[in-house]
Design a protein around this ligand. Structure first.
Ligand code: DGY
Length: 321
């Protein structure tokens, strides 16, 4: 380590080759993923830290920015950045970087997987066979996907990929987004509808919006009330975008047919959550991007963003340039 090397905090598990790459250019302080930076970074080092590479578990707000006065970049190992106060980071002239693009396919695949799982009752079907119930009678019939309407709340990169995949299943795709997606419409991928129509017309509503103060609770009782009793809700975006208590009530009362959730209000989801005992819910452990290949691509990008910023060159993926 040379004394001219910048000091960076790594609060994530890096593959050995990427760690060596960072170590060749920086002095590394390791902090366990999710630990509070203002506490976990030794006091003597706080004034030296210029970069942080972290996961969604690390909060970056007022305290952390105040504790690390030399900080220049936070490289988030995620496309989402709801763990970071971006306005405060900008105020402190701290660059926020993320990993867009490289995880779209994996998240879209999981969304479609949940859709098929719900429509075809695959989790219940698996239990039906394992329990021996099949020897006593035929399994319940399920729902066709072809011809059904998929409503996408959010039409960014992931929403667009979900639309494209759903078209291959002969679904009708409608979307609602802050901005119209002229390209997707021109290609015949999806039809724009007003927000209420999205909830009332869709057989499956899938959420693809980021979490922000404006989107917290965006799918609440009013939106769930508009859904058909035969419709399913899928959330592979962020848990707090959906009002979980309202969702649980709707599922318990059979006001909607079911839900597929990769994300929840509180993660990890406690095993005593009512969601865990609802038979019409399929749960995943926030693994939309959780494939070996995708996580590696995310880590490559997160490390490149950190090292570019440390070298004074423009990182590829900046949230607040
Ligand atoms: C992201 O990158 O924001 C994902 O939610 C992580 O899996």
């Amino acid at each position: 380590m040379s004394s001219s090397q910048p000091t960076v905090v790594i609060s994530a598990t890096l593959p050995a080759d990427l760690r060596a790459k960072v170590a060749a250019a920086c002095r590394i302080i390791d902090v366990p993923p999710g630990a509070s930076l203002s506490e976990a970074v030794p006091e003597a080092d706080r004034a030296l830290v210029e970069g942080v590479l972290c996961t969604l578990k690390t909060s970056i707000g007022k305290d952390q920015l105040a504790a690390l006065p030399k900080l220049r970049v936070v490289s988030n190992y995620a496309v989402g950045f709801d763990n970071i106060s971006v306005p405060m980071a900008s105020e402190h002239k701290v660059l926020v970087c993320n990993t867009p693009g490289v995880l779209d396919r994996a998240v879209a695949d999981l969304t479609i997987g949940l859709l098929i799982c719900l429509a075809r009752g695959m989790v219940a079907g698996d239990a039906f066979v394992r329990s021996g119930a099949w020897t006593k009678g035929a399994a319940p019939l399920t729902m066709d996907i072809a011809g059904k309407t998929l409503g996408l709340l959010g039409m960014g990169r992931i929403g667009t990929l979900v639309a494209r995949t759903a078209k291959a299943f002969d679904m009708k795709v409608v979307y609602h987004n802050r901005r119209r997606d002229q390209a997707a419409e021109a290609e015949g991928l999806a039809t724009y509808v007003e927000r209420d129509a999205l909830f009332s017309q869709s057989d499956v509503v899938s959420v693809h919006i980021p979490l922000s103060p404006e989107t917290r609770g965006a799918v609440g009782k009013a939106e769930l009330d508009m859904m058909k009793p035969t419709a399913y809700l899928i959330n592979t975006a962020r848990g707090p975008v959906v009002d979980e208590a309202a969702l649980i009530a709707h599922l318990q009362q059979g006001k909607i047919a079911g839900a597929g959730l990769d994300v929840m209000e509180k993660e990890p989801l406690p095993a005593d959550s009512p969601l865990c005992s609802l038979p019409n819910v399929v749960l995943q452990a926030h693994v939309g991007s959780g494939t070996v290949e995708t996580r590696r691509a995310m880590m490559d990008l997160a490390v490149a963003n950190l090292l570019d910023a440390m070298a004074g060159t423009q990182p590829k993926a900046m949230v607040n340039p």
